[in-house]
Design a protein around this ligand. Structure first.
Ligand SMILES: [Zn+2]
Length: 280
C-alpha cells in the first residue's frame, strides 16, 4: 500500500503545475505579478478592487501573465480560477508589513479636516479621478518601470505612512513623496496613455493620471508644469511635466501614486521587484 501511494505521488507530483506562480512574496501594498498555465481564467471579487462596483470580474491575462494589487493591511488574497471547465477557490496568505506612523497633535481643527465650503469641489475631483481609473484601454502589459525622478533629494513621505492628527488616524499615504527642486523634469514611469491632466486640483494641484493597462495607473501631483495632453500615448522615460508645490504642499516635491483598479499600491516596491514575464 505504501508503495502504491509513493508511486501515486511520484507520478502526480512530478506533473503538478501550480495554479498560479507568483514572482514575489505576497505582501500588503504590493502589485503582484502572477503567471498561469494556458487556457486559465482568473476571477476577482470586486470588493478586492476599489472601484465601487460589486460582483465577480475576470482579470485580463496576457500570455499567461497578470497583475493583482494587494491593498494595505490585507491579510488574504482571494481569487477564483477556471481551468478545464472547473472553478476553484484560491486563498493566499499575505505577509503583513509595518507601516510608518507619524503623530501630529495640537493642530487647529481646520487643518485636520478640509473646510466645508471646499467639500463639493473635493468630492467632484475624487469622482473624476475614480471614473478615469475604470476605463483602462491601454493594451500593453505593464512590467517595465522606472522612477519618475531619476534623482531626488530624499523620500519626504513614504507610501502607506499614517498621520495621526490630533488623535484621528488618517488614511495611509496614497503614494511616495520625492523632495526635489521646482522645475525638475518628471518622467513617465512606464509606457501608457494620459487619461487626465488638471492644472489645479484642491489637494494635488497640477496633476497627471496615466493608464498603463491591466488596471494599473500612475498619478503625478503638485506639478508646476504639464507637458502632455489627455489621450496622448507616452513612452517610459518621456518628460511629462515638472516638479512644483501646487495644491496642498508645504514644499516642492513630487507625489507619485500607483494604483490597480483604484487600490493604492507602494510605488517604491515596484522598482525593487523581480518581474519575470514568461508564463509558467
Ligand atoms: Zn504625497
Amino acid at each position: 500500500m505504501k508503495r502504491v501511494l509513493l508511486l501515486y505521488f511520484l507520478l502526480t507530483g512530478c506533473n503538478h503545475i501550480p495554479d498560479i506562480r507568483w514572482d514575489n512574496e505576497l505582501i500588503d501594498g504590493r502589485l503582484m505579478y502572477g503567471h498561469v498555465p494556458p487556457n486559465t481564467q482568473i476571477y476577482v471579487d470586486n470588493t478586492t478592487k476599489n472601484n465601487g462596483t460589486k460582483g465577480l470580474e475576470t482579470l485580463p491575462i496576457k500570455d499567461g501573465n497578470f497583475v493583482v494589487g494587494i491593498p494595505q493591511d490585507s491579510k488574504q488574497l482571494r481569487l477564483k480560477i477556471k481551468k478545464d471547465g472547473k472553478i476553484k477557490d484560491l486563498v493566499f496568505n499575505v505577509s503583513p508589513r509595518k507601516w510608518q506612523e507619524d503623530y501630529v497633535s495640537g493642530l487647529p481643527p481646520k487643518k485636520v479636516n478640509p473646510p466645508p465650503e471646499e467639500q463639493t469641489r473635493i468630492q467632484s475631483e475624487f469622482k473624476k479621478m475614480r471614473q478615469k481609473r475604470q476605463l483602462s484601454d491601454f493594451n500593453q502589459f505593464p512590467n517595465q518601470w522606472q522612477r519618475p525622478l531619476p534623482s531626488y533629494k530624499r523620500i519626504s513621505s513614504p507610501f502607506g505612512s499614517r498621520r495621526i492628527l490630533n488623535g484621528i488616524v488618517k488614511q495611509g499615504h496614497s503614494g511616495t513623496d520625492y523632495a526635489a527642486d521646482t522645475g525638475t523634469p518628471v518622467l513617465a514611469a512606464a509606457d501608457g496613455k494620459v487619461v487626465l491632466t488638471h492644472t489645479d486640483m484642491f489637494y494635488t494641484g497640477g496633476t497627471i493620471l496615466v493608464d498603463h493597462g491591466y488596471g494599473v495607473y500612475t498619478s503625478y501631483a503638485h506639478l508646476s508644469q504639464i507637458d502632455v495632453k489627455e489621450g496622448q500615448t507616452i513612452k517610459r522615460g518621456d518628460t511629462i511635466g515638472a516638479v512644483g508645490m501646487t495644491g496642498r504642499a508645504t514644499g516642492p516635491h513630487l507625489h507619485f501614486g500607483v494604483s490597480w483598479y483604484g487600490v493604492r499600491l507602494d510605488p517604491e516596491d515596484l522598482f525593487n521587484q523581480i518581474k519575470s514575464s514568461n508564463a509558467n
